[in-house]
Design a protein around this ligand. Structure first.
Ligand code: DON
Length: 583
């Protein structure tokens, strides 16, 4: 039912586009519309971690500890990123990975920047309709669970490429801590034990045995060891990327595919290449915003949102007051409509990045906003008239080293524990990233996102992502490093993190902890975390035509903020086991 309505909407979009003619007046009149600050929500107090020189914020205390140790041993932020990534592959099975992929964004102390895309790719045997039945309908679970859901993993090749270009310590030294962690084992946190217990049925369905699978429930504080994963990490330590994409690890992965009917081959593994891309650059209230280009949709969407919102005076309107929520939500609705239509892997089709980041285009999109009324999503389509255009799991870490190099990296298996398939004998989970493709035009994926031709499956293609690592500078100085998991909510969580700091003056911990809101065009609802809106503000928004959807907490937002005196202020999302530390 739900799928159908999305499909019809997608099909009928061109007819009901609300894009105004070019040259419509700018939004400044609306931007000064009277605010309702009395309905602003209170921002809970929260104390950030503050360090003098260097900091790591990650989703697991063991990974943060290992990253800080690498920095203290003289490693730079890139060495620490590799160490943290491999440590998360052990300590955070729900999302940390070597069987997935991700995006690393960096800014060196010298101002050099780069974006490393180690996103998974569709195997060579993948086809556009591989998740459809004979009647052309999406087969439930095929793109999300089991062997066929996995894309060719990119993480190990990504870490190898990052280290080769920018690392300082020997490779072996940065991988070794994860090898030891896997062999020695570590205590499960309460959240991790609950997470594993919730997945036992799926693990049993796809794996005869695995370190995660057990008859009795896991308890918080219990130690879990990963001997097979330790041996795989040992091969990566000794052989670099070849320790994963060739030899024993590749043999085990392909044997696992054969056992479970998957399609990744040795040739797919041998062919995998990460890509260095040029980061996107935007501006917001005096800050330069550096973020990730396609195949992330996140960077484009974030910069569009910031362009749309800049004319609006958010601070006097009040934090999460109805008028501010109205502006945010209407911008989000329009941007996610663009995402569904225009964004995909730039190596497989033209993605109109420059046009979507045209300030006049984005300001024009906001001229259809009604001052006091929600615009139904059914009346919003992707923008038209782009010149020249035809046509629960991920994890994020931020690192700043003593020299001022900064890394913002989001990495993922996609859903919690990915495809739930653990490569037998190699001990690592495979992603279910294939679900990030649009299996069928207009049919929502795991995150309710719809897409079309630009994000259709093709061999070797990268599936569109929402991951939005970002780095902000002010006057050419590092100011903010930010990112989060959360599927489709990543973009709006990063947006809110930035706004919380830049517009509302919140500290890093407040900015990550503050309850959040989310709208993604379809479904046409505003997701509201407990405490995000005062009851009276909810009434006002309902009266304006918004459908509010109470939703349990989402995302694990991480921030490092550089204070004016150079101290580092860390915000680690209290929704998880995340933590910030440094020296
Ligand atoms: O790349 C993407 O957009 C998704 N695979 C991210 C998934 C995610 O963040 C899940 N986390 N809660």
């Amino acid at each position: 039912m739900k799928h159908f309505s999305y499909l019809l909407l997608a099909a009928g979009l061109a007819a009901c586009t609300t894009a105004p003619p070019a040259g419509s007046p700018a939004v400044s009149a609306t931007a000064t519309a009277p605010a309702s600050p009395s309905l602003a929500a209170p921002v809970p107090a929260a104390t950030p971690v503050v360090t003098q020189k260097a900091m790591v914020v990650s989703a697991h205390p063991e990974a943060t500890r290992i990253g800080v140790e690498v920095l203290q041993r003289g490693g730079n932020a890139y060495d620490a990123a590799v160490a943290v990534q491999f440590a998360l592959a052990v300590a955070l099975p729900v999302a940390g990975n070597i069987g997935g992929g991700g995006f690393a964004l960096y800014r060196g102390a010298d101002g050099q920047t780069g974006a490393l895309d180690f996103r998974e790719t569709a195997p060579a045997a993948a086809t556009r309709d591989m998740y459809l039945d004979a009647a052309g309908n999406v087969v439930p679970n095929l793109s999300t669970r089991g062997h066929r859901a996995a894309g060719v993993p990119g993480t190990v090749a990504g870490m190898w490429a990052l280290h080769r270009r920018l690392g300082k310590l020997p490779w072996k030294e940065v991988v070794e801590p994860a090898v030891q962690l896997a062999a020695r084992g570590l205590a499960l946190t309460a959240k991790e034990a609950a997470g594993l217990n919730g997945q036992q049925k799926d693990f049993a369905q796809f794996n005869p045995t695995s370190a995660y699978l057990r008859n009795t429930p896991w308890q918080a504080g219990e130690t879990i060891k990963y001997p097979e994963l330790a041996r795989t990490l040992g091969r990566i330590r000794d052989q670099g990327a070849a320790g994963f994409y060739a030899g024993e690890t590749a043999d085990l992965l392909v044997a696992e595919m054969k056992r479970g009917g998957g399609i990744i081959t040795k040739a797919d593994l041998a062919a995998y290449q990460p890509r260095w891309r040029t980061p996107l650059q935007g501006r917001y209230r005096g800050y330069a915003v550096l973020t990730f280009p396609p195949p992330s949709s996140g960077g484009v969407a974030l910069l569009q949102l910031l362009q749309m919102l800049e004319p609006y005076n958010l601070r006097p309107a009040g934090w999460h007051a109805p008028q501010a929520v109205h502006w945010l939500t209407e911008a989000e609705r329009r941007v996610y409509a663009d995402r569904a239509t225009y964004l995909g892997d730039p190596d497989f089709g033209r993605v109109p990045v420059a046009q979507l980041l045209d300030t006049a285009y984005n300001r024009r999109r906001m001229t259809t906003l009604q001052p006091r009324r929600a615009t139904p999503s059914a009346q919003v389509a992707a923008g038209t008239g782009l010149p020249g255009y035809e046509s629960d799991q991920t994890t994020h870490y931020n690192i700043v080293d003593a020299q001022g190099n900064a890394v913002s990296c989001t990495t993922t298996l996609n859903g919690a524990y990915g495809s739930k398939v653990v490569v037998a004998g190699a001990g690592f989970l495979l992603n279910n990233e294939m679900d990030d493709f649009s299996s069928k035009a207009g049919t929502p994926n795991l995150y309710g996102l719809v897409g079309g031709a630009a994000n259709a499956i093709a061999p070797g293609k990268r599936m569109l992502s929402s991951m939005t690592p970002a780095i902000l500078t002010k006057n050419n100085k590092l100011a903010l490093v930010i990112g989060t998991p959360g599927g489709s909510t990543i973009i709006t969580s990063v947006l809110q993190g930035i706004i919380n700091v830049v517009d509302y003056g919140q500290n890093a911990q407040q900015a990550v902890a503050a309850p959040r809101l989310h709208h993604q065009w379809l479904p046409d609802q505003l997701d509201v975390e407990a405490g995000a809106l005062l009851p009276a503000a909810q009434d006002t928004l309902r009266a304006r035509g918004y459908q509010l959807n109470a939703r349990s907490p989402w995302g694990r937002l991480e921030i490092i903020r550089v204070l004016p005196d150079g101290l580092l202020e860390g915000g680690a999302d209290p929704r998880g086991d995340d933590n910030a530390a440094g020296y």
